[in-house]
Design a protein around this ligand. Structure first.
Ligand SMILES: [Zn+2]
Length: 112
């Protein structure tokens, strides 16, 4: 096998093996985050504005404990962040890529 062929095979192998384990883990966790209707609603709300737990709970008619629980999940994946103002935490989204995926997927759902 000549060198060119060897190089090409190595490149093909990389493309086949592709994603390393950590990347795969993060990607699957990200889709997991987006696989829950409540988390989708929260993230969608935070696309446009920052909101407190209270405001999110009121707007979506959810219990505060439910909202807090889901925000913790999203925070662990660094999909949301918060800013403290006195005793209130204001949440906003923290990842443009994932918001884009969400918006693309909503567009996908709407064209069916
Ligand atoms: Zn589509």
């Amino acid at each position: 096998m000549d060198n060119e062929q060897k190089k090409k095979d190595q490149k093909d192998n990389q493309e086949v093996e592709g994603l390393d384990e950590e990347t795969l883990f993060v990607v699957s966790q990200t889709f997991k985050a987006l696989s829950d209707p409540t988390r989708i609603r929260i993230l969608h709300l935070l696309c446009e504005q920052e909101m407190s737990v209270n405001q999110i709970a009121d707007t979506l008619e959810l219990r505060q404990s439910t909202v807090s629980h889901q925000l913790r999940f999203l925070k662990n994946l660094r999909l949301v962040k918060y800013r403290r103002a006195g005793t209130t935490l204001f949440y906003s989204h923290d990842d443009e890529h994932v918001i884009n995926v969400l918006q693309q997927t909503i567009n996908h759902a709407l064209h069916h």
